[in-house]
Design a protein around this ligand. Sequence first.
Ligand code: GRF
Length: 203
Amino acid sequence: PRVAVLASGRGSNLAALLEARERGELPVEFVLVGSDKASAGALRLAEAANIPTLALDPRSYPDRRAFDLDLFARISASGAEWLVLAGFMRILDGEALTPWVGRMINIHPSLLPKYRGLHTHRRALEAGDHEHGASVHFVTAELDGGPVIAQARLAIAAGDDEHKLALRLLPLEHRLLPAVLGLLANRRLQWDGHAVRFDGQLL
Ligand code: GRF
């Protein structure tokens, strides 16, 4: 299956996907890595892996929706069948992403449905939570609101601050995202927009 990835930052989750593929654990072809930041480290990783890249500057568009429509048009043109948001820091227009519902996943650093949106580690700490984690979910028009596919959990440690907690969570994210994409790529996990099925069985 052909996969496109969107990232806005350093791309450690993208790196985890590329490494999983190198290890032969992820039978996918990465056809595009796109970003809203031309300086994103994720684009450098893609270039090093000879994966086509795309950097669209939101300031070149009259409005958010125009940016999103062009972005999705380029993703479709790449031949991608799946779309992975790996640290992509823009909220996408619900209508523009509609054709991708069921084929688009996101990794979010919280135990959804807790802490949708930003600053998740800080919010978990401020709430006095004993555990935190990351979720991979199908993307829908509702921000961080699509069906959760799988989660990774870790105990919040006494000395944790926002930075330490984020750093301790990353390695779990780097195992979770490739594992979920692998299930989707092998078509063992499917969502038709209503029900999630694993190996054909309703979950
Ligand atoms: C990760 O923590 C991810 O959960 C969140 O943004 C961060 C991206 O990091 N969406 P990276 O760019 O993949 O290193």
